[in-house]
Design a protein around this ligand. Structure first.
Ligand code: ADP
Ligand code: ZN
Ligand code: ZN
Length: 735
């Protein structure tokens, strides 16, 4: 028998091995196998047991070991990874590998960290020990005091000899047992004790929504489009409650857990069941334990980011994707899968409902809802007493700006602070200033590795490239003319913070961006300060846009509403609209009405006007019409072949070759097109010159067939090792 194994290598093939010596039973598909590979060992996943190989059997190496009895990847995970490898043109071995927790990739057993603990046997009586056996008595006392178990570590802490445990065991007074780290609550649903607190009384819209989610058993994709503050989270909670009461599990994907600790708190304070948050703060061991608890069904609610879509579930009942429009659900390098799209596949395979929620759904999902593939649910009102915020386009043409703020805006801020409420200023640019310019000759401080300017940071002072992370000291003189008159141009969050702190000396100004929150607990402290409800000004990047509930914020100002309006990216408008509405959604979420001010130099811009006067739906309508007319996604399928090389021109030449092979060897299927290669929008990045070739088609199947052939060319091209290439199916970042 031959084992056909997928190994985590960039090669698009499987590897054949003979059964490990001495092994007689046939291992199961999905088990991990340790094999020799070149002059090292690797861990792969068994994909197939075959009777034959294309290679002479006696030339094949023996696999070393089969690591699992029960497949490490269950049928669903295996199916998902295999489907994704196929769809995203990524090597199967790598895809399967990424579906596994890190420790399993490294060959650790798929078991909880068992620790051996000791306890007294039932009925153990200390009087049976001789009075002179002082130490033995001490040990037994310790065991009796700790019926949950005593570790050998605790013995050492108590300065008791560990070998006495064995002595007591021989006398029938002590026993060892294996301890699993987390208590098992598998039967919660039977006791009816799911809730820690009573659910809110739903308003009519919410109630209808929850009913529609529950209406249809089995697979169903529902798009919940609910304005910010409409109580989507409450809908999730009550939909989950129903699933839990049936003894099933729920998987919730969110863009980023660390940024919105409140969401997790709301889940934990509502339910009395084990909830696992798969966040970046977990170590590998904790992650594996969480994964195992999901697999055995004890973890009842799983909350995680993108990669959690591969978490196994014993009794799946529901998948929810919150903020489904968020770009982070698509991995932007390596295995470029979309967790949202895989969720649809998974829900169908598991025959359970999938709920996609957002105030600003992606045009892809809206299109699916409008064409009937998804069920469309809407929440048009804010929950409780909250009213929708009012919008204002503030024309700043000809205005004097102070670190990005106009005089009218400063007056407005002042008014809100005087009413004892909070203000949120949104500026999607961290650092002090996005460029440092020589006042004498105009030279700009640029990154040597990227086609980009270095950002000036003041705290701590340095120049920073936000694209490759290169950092340098702040130059004292111009590199071109030697002048010392270097001036920052434009404002980032640090500069705006600086200005506001001077302008409103009595009011705390809180900067919230990647720099100010990088230290452990920094975000927590900032949130605590905001939740005191006292007047303050927050200045932040899009970190502030996501899911936060700040009841005291009454004014939200977007300093530069124009930044995405003229982007070369056809999704630029969609991204801008989503960002503006998400940030705006932080205003007036409780009893105080909210106001949103957008500073713009294009107050007549149709998109901005549609968005604020008619709402996201109207904006999306006109945007979808435009996409349809231009044959852009979601009305056609796109894929990019990306390439990069250290030498200028090489990536483009490589792609040109691929294109020429396509022209000469592929009969253009009707409706399949290609264009490029073009240099990427930022051609040089981190020292690499990048280019891309766009393939597109109205029919996904045609595009896929074309890509299969292109993959063949890529894998055989003699120059393939001198460039880094990849295929990006359904690309989302700008191209
Ligand atoms: P979303 O997720 O749609 O932005 P949230 O679920 O965060 O909205 O709800 C916004 C606020 O409204 C929260 O403070 C929440 O507790 C409250 N809320 C939600 N549903 C109700 C309801 N039915 N009755 C009263 N308050 C509600
Ligand atoms: Zn100069
Ligand atoms: Zn750089």
């Amino acid at each position: 028998m031959i084992l056909r194994v997928a190994l985590p290598t960039p090669l698009f093939k499987l590897f054949d091995y003979r059964l490990p010596k001495g092994l007689r039973i046939q291992p199961r598909i999905g088990c991990r196998v340790r094999v020799p590979f070149g002059n090292r060992e690797m861990i792969g996943v068994l994909v197939e047991c075959a009777a034959d190989s294309d290679y002479p059997i006696d030339k094949l190496k023996y696999a070393l070991d089969v690591l699992d009895q029960q497949p490490a990847l269950d049928e669903i995970q295996f199916y998902l990874a295999q489907w994704a490898a196929n769809y995203y043109f990524y090597p199967l071995g790598e895809a399967l590998n990424q579906a596994l927790p890190t420790l399993l990739r490294k060959g650790e057993a798929a078991e909880f960290a068992h620790s051996t603990l000791w306890r007294a046997t039932s009925g153990a009586d200390i009087s049976t020990l001789s009075k002179t056996a002082v130490r033995q008595r001490e040990v037994l006392e310790l065991l009796l005091r700790n019926p949950d178990g005593v570790s050998t570590d605790l013995m050492r802490v108590e300065s008791l000899p560990v070998n006495l445990l064995k002595t007591l065991q021989d006398k029938g007074l002590a026993e060892s047992f294996t301890h699993q780290p987390t208590p098992i609550h598998a039967n919660d649903h039977e006791t009816g004790d799911l809730l820690r607190e009573a659910p809110l009384t739903l308003n009519t819209e919410q109630q209808q929504t929850v009913q529609r989610i529950q209406q249809k058993a089995g697979f169903n994709t529902l798009l919940l489009e609910g304005v910010t503050g409409s109580g989507k989270t409450e809908v999730y909670l009550q939909a989950i409650q129903q699933v839990l009461s049936q003894g099933k599990q729920a998987l919730v994907l969110v863009p980023e857990i660390g940024l919105t600790p409140q969401t997790l708190v709301r889940f934990k304070s509502r339910f009395q069941v084990p909830i696992m948050a798969l966040h970046s703060g977990l170590n590998d061991r904790q992650r594996l334990d969480a994964w195992l608890m999901a697999r055995q069904g004890t973890a009842r609610i799983l909350i995680g980011t993108r990669s959690a879509i591969f978490t196994p579930m014993r009794n799946p009942g529901l998948i929810i994707i919150d903020e489904e429009h968020d770009l982070s659900f698509k991995q932007q390098d390596g295995f470029r899968y979309s967790a949202r799209d895989l969720a649809v596949l998974r829900a169908r395979k598991e025959n359970i409902p999938l709920l996609l929620g957002s105030a600003t759904p992606s045009l892809e999902s809206l299109h699916n809802a409008r064409t009937g593939r998804y069920q469309h649910l809407t929440l048009t009102q804010r929950a409780g007493n909250a009213k929708p915020p009012t919008f204002e386009l503030m024309d700043i043409r000809g205005e004097n700006l102070h670190s990005g703020l106009s005089d009218s805006l400063l007056q407005r801020i002042d008014k809100h602070l005087k009413n004892n409420t909070q203000v949120l200023i949104f500026l999607n640019r961290r650092g002090f200033s996005p460029s440092l310019i020589c006042h004498q000759c105009g030279a700009v401080n640029e990154c040597t590795r990227c086609d980009a300017r270095m950002t000036l940071h003041r705290s701590p002072p340095h120049m920073h490239c936000h694209h490759c992370d290169r950092q340098t000291p702040i130059p004292k003189a111009c590199h071109q003319c030697g002048s010392e008159d270097l001036r920052p141009s434009g404002a980032g969050t640090e500069r705006t913070e600086d200005f506001l702190a001077h302008h409103f000396p009595k009011i705390p100004v809180l900067r919230i961006d990647r720099d100010s929150t990088s230290r452990k607990d920094a975000m927590k402290h900032l949130m605590e300060q905001i939740h005191t409800g006292k007047p303050c000004i927050m200045v932040g990047t899009q970190m502030l846009a996501k899911g936060h509930h700040f009841p005291m914020v009454t004014l939200v100002a977007v300093l530069d509403a124009d930044s995405g309006l003229f982007s070369a990216d056809f999704r630029g408008m969609e991204k801008t609209a989503q960002l503006i509405l998400q940030v705006a959604g932080r205003a007036g979420r409780a009893d105080h009405p909210g106001e949103v001010v957008l500073q713009t130099r294009h107050p007549e811009h149709p998109m901005l006007n549609a968005l604020i006067r008619e709402g996201y739906g109207a904006f999306a309508d006109s945007e979808l019409q435009m996409r349809s007319a231009a044959h852009l996604p979601p009305f056609s399928a796109h894929a990019l072949v990306r390439a990069e090389a250290a030498q200028s021109g090489r990536a483009e030449a490589f792609l040109m070759d691929i294109r020429q092979q396509m022209e000469s060897q592929i009969l253009r299927t009707q409706g399949t097109h290609w264009s490029g290669p073009f240099p990427s929008q930022m051609e040089k990045r981190a020292g690499m010159y990048r280019a891309q070739l766009l393939l597109h088609s109205h029919q996904r199947a045609d595009l896929h067939r074309l890509l299969t052939q292109v993959l063949g060319f890529l894998n055989q091209h003699t120059g393939r090792n001198r460039v880094r290439w990849s295929i990006d199916v359904d690309p989302l970042d700008s191209y």
